[in-house]
Design a protein around this ligand. Structure first.
Ligand code: MD3
Ligand code: FE
Length: 221
């Protein structure tokens, strides 16, 4: 068989609209939705991290998280020996979190709308940094006041395998590959499903290097 190099293996689909792939009744992947925005997102992330550096927070049980985190927006997600919660300021600096860029807010709003959730106005963006070997174990997101709002997640950098479980921790989890530029929206009946991320494989991304960054947009308060 002739070996034909696939010139377009890493290119977005030529089709103008990114594919919308349902992974639950009210959860879907918008493939490549953030691809065009990625270079600006990345330079904004670097600016946020200069003002509020990535850090490995402690779980309430005293374990250092392998994922490094920071936040922007009115509220930031934190954890320490006192518990998981949202805080108005960065506990490391005592200053407010950096503002959420308006282009990020628009992107999150438009992704939510494309998934059927109108009027999403996030007041928090948690920024997770994964290096090769880093994982996130199965958990639910329940620190937000109102579970009626969806959560929008943007994946950048090295690809990862997302674990999408059920309402109970023991429910079998589906494996969803997430690539640079993919956006996932969760809401309604899927809002409290258990989820996690498989250990990141060793790889180098042309824009971000040897890491994966995940932005999660939330309505915290
Ligand atoms: C699924 N982050 O920060 S995407 C988290 O890739 C988190 O960094 C992962 O889980 C990451 O809490 C996964 C975000 C996500 C957020 C909320 C969800 C996935 C969700 C709610 C229900 C189901
Ligand atoms: Fe989560």
């Amino acid at each position: 068989m002739p070996v034909t190099p696939d010139l377009f293996a890493d290119e977005p689909m030529a089709d103008s609209r990114p594919a919308r792939v349902a992974i639950g009744e009210q959860a879907c992947v918008l493939r490549g939705f953030a691809l065009a925005a990625a270079p600006l997102l990345w330079s904004d992330i670097e600016a946020v991290a200069r003002a509020a550096p990535f850090r490995h927070m402690l779980t309430p049980g005293g374990q250092r998280m392998s994922v490094a985190t920071t936040s922007c927006g009115e509220w930031g997600w934190i954890t320490d020996r006192r518990g998981y919660r949202y805080a108005r300021g960065d506990p490391e600096s005592g200053r407010p979190w950096p503002a959420m860029p308006s282009s990020w807010m628009r992107l999150a709003h438009d992704a939510a709308a494309a998934a059927g959730f109108d009027g999403f106005a996030p007041d928090a963006c948690l920024i997770n940094r994964y290096e090769p070997g880093t994982r996130m174990s199965l958990h639910q997101d329940r620190d937000e006041r109102d579970f009626g709002a969806p959560i929008v997640s943007v994946s950048l950098g090295i690809a990862a395998v997302f674990l999408f479980g059920g309402q109970q921790r023991a429910d079998k989890a589906a494996r969803v590959p997430l690539q640079h530029g993919d956006v996932v929206v969760w809401g309604g009946v899927d809002r409290l499903r258990f989820h996690g991320v498989m250990p990141l494989r060793e790889d180098v991304h042309p824009l971000l290097g040897a890491q994966r960054i995940n932005l999660t947009f939330r309505r915290a308060a």
